[in-house]
Design a binder for this molecule. Structure first.
Ligand SMILES: Nc1ncnc2c1ncn2[C@@H]1O[C@H](COP(=O)(O)OP(=O)(O)OP(=O)(O)O)[C@@H](O)[C@H]1O
Ligand SMILES: [Mg+2]
Length: 476
């Protein structure tokens, strides 16, 4: 292409216009400019790249010589070195591998940057994940890829993993009872719409079964289940045996089991919350079940330690304790007149240690906790809810003072019996010395029966409250 010769006459303006148009056409037809960096180091979980200036949270793809790709996210930087964390296996990576930033596109698939990338804002590179009604009944991995073999998702919307938090004064208060279908919780630990509860327990004491019961019987429009960091075998079991076809039809399951990379587990928990937010923002009452919050904290610990953050409490770096409330605060009621996210997070109390730093931190940020006791589970008492140690902090605002008195009455009877249990069993207690204990001894089998429930039995809120009233009205 030849530029027109320089003259002063107006007639040459047309020639110049034509020339510039041709230049534009050549530029558009040519290879798009591809901005890329290269991999300089891979140690353990972290990769280091140079040659790119990306914001923390941006996504990129590392190309392997064999054509495979590793998807990664920027988790930190030092000088001009970026720290990347992969979401899938890094086996086969070589020094100098090409690192290409993503562009965000409407269909949420990460697209490596091409034409026009120089003008993109940093936020455009943050990965967006699929959300929409089409997700109901589906099982997805931590980054929104279907795991159920039911074909592509065909969603038209997507959302970033981090949403703007809204003004706490705009939130609708917790003022409506939520029926969870479990008698002990409905009657004695009443939960409200938009409440965030913890389910504290060691391993194998019935967390998954209890969550499954709530998923099946809770009066919610949509159920979002995040299975984070648990055994892979449990995912199928939870979907097929615990949730069942009835529960699955109105559920979305996000599974990032223990063998996935920590970033995937972290994203899985945020993604499940994003899906719940999507439905809440459309006026739906959502039940969000996260199994487990401890594994989420552990994933963040792995990432933070790998990029050099110093450990503080029991090996957990400070960022873990900042991440927990960020995740949990996204659940709850929406703005007035909108939907709600009622959330249950399981918290592992390893060795049944209630003083674990994650359990401690979770207790402080949640609106109540249901403690499952190994002793009860071992004696075949299911659900193994330790009524004395559990509390629902929103309960007093949800029930009448008269009903509150009944709950107090039940707890008094129950704990009076528990405290004197040894005396009673060795025959050291003589009837008549404590009227409350006398009543507790007579009613104890009924109290126990009231607290127990089969895993396929539903106990509605009204029935549970009526049964409690009838139990306490018994004369002995
Ligand atoms: N309501 C119930 N009725 C009868 N049995 C129950 C009930 N809840 C739990 N169980 C029994 O307890 C076992 C363990 O329950 P579950 O798998 O829910 O525990 P978990 O706390 O989720 O365990 P893990 O820590 O391994 O995930 C179940 O296989 C079942 O036999
Ligand atoms: Mg479980």
């Amino acid at each position: 292409m030849q530029a027109p010769a320089h003259t002063d006459t107006n007639s040459h303006l047309g020639q110049w216009r034509g020339f510039l148009k041709d230049c534009g056409a050549v530029a558009a037809a040519g290879d798009p400019f591809q901005h890329s960096g290269s991999l300089t180091r891979v140690t353990g979980l972290v990769m280091e790249a140079v040659g790119l200036k990306l914001a923390v949270g941006s996504g990129c793809t590392v190309l392997m010589p064999n054509g495979n790709r590793v998807e990664a996210e920027v988790v930190g930087f030092h000088g001009d070195r970026l720290y990347l964390m992969p979401t899938n296996d890094v086996f086969g990576l070589t020094p100098g591998a090409k690192v290409i930033p993503w562009e965000h596109t409407a269909n949420s698939a990460p697209v490596v940057s091409g034409k026009g990338s120089r003008r993109r804002r940093a936020s455009d590179r943050v990965r967006h994940f699929p959300v929409g009604e089409e997700l109901l009944g589906r099982v997805l991995d931590g980054v929104g890829r279907p795991l159920d073999g039911l074909g592509p998702l065909n969603v038209e919307r997507d959302a970033p993993l981090v949403n703007q938090s809204f003004n706490p004064l705009d939130r609708e208060p917790i003022n409506q009872i939520l029926d969870v279908g479990v008698r002990a919780i409905n009657a004695l630990l009443t939960v409200g719409r938009g409440q965030r509860m913890g389910l504290f327990a060691g391993s194998g004491v019935g967390k998954s079964v209890l969550l499954g019961m709530m998923a099946r019987y809770t009066s919610a429009d949509v159920i979002v289940v995040g299975l984070i960091g648990e055994r892979g075998r449990e995912v199928k079991e939870f979907i097929e045996q615990i949730l069942g076809p009835e529960g699955m039809a109105r559920s979305v399951v996000v599974a990032a089991p223990a063998d996935t990379w920590p970033l995937m587990r972290l994203q899985g928990a945020s993604y499940a919350t994003s899906i719940a937010e999507y439905f809440r923002d459309r006026g739906k009452n959502v039940l969000l079940i996260m199994d487990s919050l401890t594994r989420y904290a552990m994933a963040q610990r792995e990432i933070a330690l790998a990029i050099g953050e110093p450990p503080a409490t029991k090996g957990y770096p400070p960022s873990v304790f900042a991440k927990l409330p960020q995740l949990v605060e996204r659940a709850g009621n929406g703005v007035k007149g909108g939907g709600s996210i009622t959330a249950f997070y399981t918290v592992l109390t390893e060795g049944d240690d209630q003083q674990d730093p994650i359990a401690d931190s979770a207790r402080a940020i949640l609106d109540g906790h249901v403690v499952l006791s190994r002793q009860l589970a071992e004696s075949g008492h299911y659900p193994a809810i330790d009524i004395e140690a559990s509390i629902s902090r929103a309960m007093s605002g949800l029930i009448s003072p008269e009903y509150f008195e009944q709950v107090r009455g039940f707890k008094q009877l129950y704990s009076r019996y528990q405290r004197s249990r040894d005396l009673i069993s060795v025959g050291a207690y003589s009837h008549g010395s404590d009227p409350l204990l006398d009543r507790a001894i007579v009613l104890h089998p009924r109290l126990e029966e009231f607290l127990q429930q089969g895993m396929f039995e539903r106990a509605g809120h009204a029935d549970s409250a009526a049964k409690l009233g009838a139990l306490l009205a018994l004369t002995i």
